[in-house]
Design a protein around this ligand. Structure first.
Ligand code: NDP
Ligand code: HSE
Length: 435
């Protein structure tokens, strides 16, 4: 049988990784898919540039629209990034009756509802395994492997760049900006790295995970998002003294009033497996009612790991491209007419424990005022560390609280920051036991 013909949009980190994996494992892939898979055309902005993959056999163009409109291309693989131009390209590919594979989490999180609806109408598949957690087959695990469960919550380290930065800061005391630069050189970071460090990339991925876990529409705009740029070396050290590690987590949970969707730095007890996921590695912890907790671990970014997921999607598409569209695995795990409108809980109503770091004047009564305000807002303290002052400087006071509704903490912190004895904004990091 003739190989399936693929058109590749983008020959960067993931695009070349995909060409390489297809070449290296071509025979194994064909044995699995039942047919060979061949990239016949590809686009990049500069087609004269030397690439990290063999493109001698591929028809090249600077215009991705040409690839999308090539009659021979059966599957379009979008590996450009960004949301507006790629939305146009993917919708055109679908309109042309081509299946699509993409690693673009921003595109799926922002325009996935529209794209899947269009694909459903045209009877084509849009596969996006590489969009979440790089090489970890987390989409397949939740969508198919856990299909018998009611998913209760999931929590993941889903940005490789952010985890790489936090690990290097903790283990080697390295500077934030310097480690970010290295992550960029290694091909981990987004074109705009603020997406990595400010949590936007993780929020895109959490949007996708929540949708397939709970059968809700993609709702990126409702994710509460905080990045890692405010996490300091001091916080990392104090957290360690208290028996915790700071990880940047995406958390989606069924709560009483709705679904929690949040991305933020989080203190996790150091003995949890996920607290020990370091460097560019990602991990997603998923709790199903039947299976209990399950943990998925692997490389979250980089050429080959991401290509592993892209190629797995290609194999999946090839295997089922001739099957009845009505009997395929639904894009978002649940049948399109069974997507529910469960509400997303406002962050003010989310309940978590907290790590607080205050800069206090070394004077009697300051701590008493702080604890009295916390008490008035129903916040009980689990642990306190007061550091020695350095040459008359302010004293860092570190507290761990029990669980409290976010709104109560906001009100308490607003009052604490007004106290004369508190000299700086209070640092707060949420704490999760992940039991
Ligand atoms: P790169 O920046 O390395 O590659 C992008 C490619 O797209 C390049 O070949 C570039 O051309 C081409 N391109 C960029 N803009 C245009 C345009 N306007 N018109 C035509 N071609 C264009 O990105 P990555 O490979 O790192 O990422 C690709 C996608 O995969 C993104 O959506 C990213 O979020 C996602 N992803 C990336 C991972 C990673 O580890 N890097 C992991 C998981 C997902 P040229 O080479 O000539 O500049
Ligand atoms: N920039 C992303 C990360 C790439 O670092 O996780 C993988 O999606």
């Amino acid at each position: 049988m003739n190989p399936v013909k693929v058109g590749l949009l983008g020959l960067g980190t993931v695009g070349c990784g995909t060409v390489n994996v297809l070449a290296r494992n071509g025979d194994e892939i064909a044995r699995r898919a039942g047919r060979g898979i061949k990239v016949i055309a590809a686009s990049a902005r500069d087609i004269s540039r030397e690439r990290n993959c063999d493109i001698s056999d591929i028809q090249l163009t600077t215009d991705p629209r040409e690839v999308v409109n090539l009659p021979d291309v059966e599957i379009v693989v979008e590996l450009i990034g960004g949301t507006e131009f790629t939305r146009e390209l993917v919708l055109q590919a679908i309109e042309n009756g081509k299946h699509v594979v993409t690693a673009n989490k921003a595109l799926i999180a922002l325009h996935g509802n529209e794209i899947f609806e269009h694909a459903q109408r045209k009877g084509v598949m849009v596969a996006f395994e590489a969009a979440v957690a790089g090489g970890i087959p987390i989409i397949k695990a939740i969508r198919e492997g856990l299909a018998g469960n009611t998913i209760q919550w999931l929590a993941g380290i889903i940005n490789g760049t952010g985890n790489f930065i936090l690990t290097e800061m903790r283990d080697k005391g390295r500077d934030f900006a310097e480690v970010l630069k290295e992550a960029q050189q290694l091909g981990y970071a987004e074109v705009d790295p603020t997406f990595d460090v400010e949590g936007i990339d993780a929020a895109h991925k959490l949007t996708i995970l929540a949708s397939i876990a709970f059968g809700i529409p993609l709702q990126f705009e409702k994710v509460y998002t905080e990045g890692i740029s405010q996490v300091t070396q001091d916080d990392v050290s104090y957290a360690a003294e208290l028996g915790y590690r700071i990880k940047h987590l995406g958390i989606a949970r069924r709560a009483n009033g709705g679904i929690e969707l949040r991305v933020h730095p989080t203190l996790i007890p150091h003995r949890r497996l996920i607290a020990n996921v370091d460097g560019v590695m990602n991990a997603v912890l998923v709790k199903g009612d039947a299976v209990g907790p399950t943990l998925y671990y692997g490389a979250g970014a980089g050429a080959d790991p991401t290509a592993s997921a892209v190629v797995a999607d290609l194999v999946d598409v090839v295997r089922v491209m001739t099957s009845d569209p009505e009997n395929r695995v639904p894009h978002l795990a649940f049948q399109p007419d069974a997507i529910s409108d469960l509400s997303i809980l406002p962050m003010e109503e989310v309940e978590t424990a907290y790590y607080l770091r205050l800069q206090a004047r070394d004077e009697p009564g300051v701590l008493a005022e702080v604890t009295s305000i916390l008490g008035e807002h129903g916040i009980s303290i689990e642990a306190v560390i007061q550091k020695e002052p350095e040459d008359g400087a302010d004293v860092p006071v570190i507290m761990l609280t029990h669980k409290v509704i976010e709104q109560n903490m906001n009100q308490a912190l607003a009052r604490i920051e007004m106290l004369g004895g508190i000299t700086d904004k209070v640092t707060r990091i949420r704490v999760e036991s992940l039991k």
